[in-house]
Ligand binder design. Structure first.
Ligand SMILES: *Cc1c(COP(=O)(O)O)cnc(C)c1O
Length: 362
């Protein structure tokens, strides 16, 4: 076992089995005498890797046949532009739900290509942040799509109920909670997710797109920002990030061996429940200001009532093998990110540390 539990928000902890396998295969992938990084991306060997990755992801998420799966570089940030460039060609109006820092980045990018209506924003009631109930949203029935961020990685806000859009395609930036619980892919028009949180290493982005949304982008845009091009070329228009794709594939295979998304959903529920319960039971010392109806199971931001203790909390946690707990530079405080690769014993260790720290400093 490794020496630390890494609570970083992304790039994030990877499963030890995945890293072990990558290490074993590093110098000689499947008897070729070469690393997977050195094989031609158009060769039969690499095709084996990408075909398997796609078929494992399709199985894990039960992706219907009328959805295409793309593996592209550029991160989720490239999708902030690709979505409006590809979906705003016919109608330059889109609805966005603003639930935090990542939503805002997506909104700012979309505004370059068309009219953006912010249909809903986070509200604060009794000092608790929450997602406003859907009957207060101002959705445009003629929007070309509705974009939302199912899990706000920095703010620690997660949707536990699917937005209802009355047939308008729903686009989800699922970067930080894809594969963390079963979803019904047919509820979405497009799902996209950068890999470095719940899938693998930075450098590759998964895009799941319904066939009817693969249509001509706005004119004059960069060639690489076209969904139809990448669908036609099966993500091989130019040289793909081969190693990131390979690591994603190893992670999908590992997830299947562990029992698939259902298994991880159960563990993720338990991990987050026990951490929130502990924080709530120690309100005189720790605070979390997200309403229980929309608390993230993946990223738990919290604070210490006495803010002067934060630095010693972070230093002592690191000395105890609990690393990267510092909150995002924009929000401060503490944040525990616990994606699929974070084992339950890592969260138990964090809670034990928090209990001791509060006892000593309370
Ligand atoms: C991390 C993250 C991003 C940004 O991903 P990049 O790969 O850095 O482009 C976007 N959205 C969400 C929800 C994220 O968690």
């Amino acid at each position: 076992m490794r020496k630390v539990f890494n609570f970083n928000a992304g790039p994030a902890m990877l499963a030890e089995e995945v890293l072990d396998q990558a290490q074993k295969e590093m110098l000689d992938w499947h008897g070729t005498g070469m690393s997977i990084m050195e094989l031609g991306h158009r060769g039969a060997e690499f095709k084996e890797v990408t075909d398997q990755a796609e078929s494992d992801l399709r199985e894990l998420m039960t992706i219907p046949d009328h959805y295409q799966v793309l593996f592209l570089p550029g991160g989720a940030t490239a999708q902030f532009a690709m979505v409006p460039i590809n979906l705003m060609a016919a109608n330059k109006h889109a609805d966005y739900i603003d639930t935090g820092i990542w939503s805002k980045k997506a909104i700012d990018e979309a505004k370059r290509y068309g009219d953006v209506n912010i249909a809903a924003r986070l509200v604060v009631e009794d000092e608790l942040v929450s997602i406003p109930s859907q009957d207060t949203w101002s959705l445009n029935p003629h929007a070309s799509y509705v974009h939302f961020t199912p899990n706000e990685t920095i703010d620690g806000v997660e949707f536990h109920k699917l937005p209802e859009t009355n047939g308008v395609p729903l686009v989800a930036d699922m970067s930080s909670n894809i594969l963390s619980r079963p979803i019904n892919v047919s509820d979405y028009g497009i799902i996209y997710a950068g890999a470095q949180k719940n899938i693998g290493q930075a450098g590759i982005t998964v895009i799941i797109i319904r066939d009817d949304l693969v249509r001509d982008p706005l004119p004059g845009m960069p060639t690489l920002y076209s969904y139809p091009l990448h669908v036609a070329q099966k993500s091989f228009y130019n040289t793909p990030p081969v190693y990131a794709w390979y690591i994603a594939g190893l992670t999908f295979a590992w997830m299947k061996r562990q029992g698939g998304v259902k298994h991880f959903a159960e563990v993720n529920q338990r991990k987050s429940e026990k951490l929130y319960r502990f924080i709530d039971e120690h309100k005189e010392f720790y605070i979390n200001s997200i309403h229980p109806s929309c608390r993230s199971r993946m990223n738990v931001p919290f604070n210490i009532v006495n803010k002067n203790l934060i630095d010693s909390f972070l230093n002592e946690a690191a000395e105890s093998g609990l690393t990267n707990l510092r909150g995002h530079r924009l929000s401060g405080g503490i944040r525990a990110s616990m994606y699929n690769a974070m084992p339950e014993i890592g969260v138990d260790a964090l809670i034990n540390f928090m209990r001791e720290f509060a006892k000593k400093n309370g």
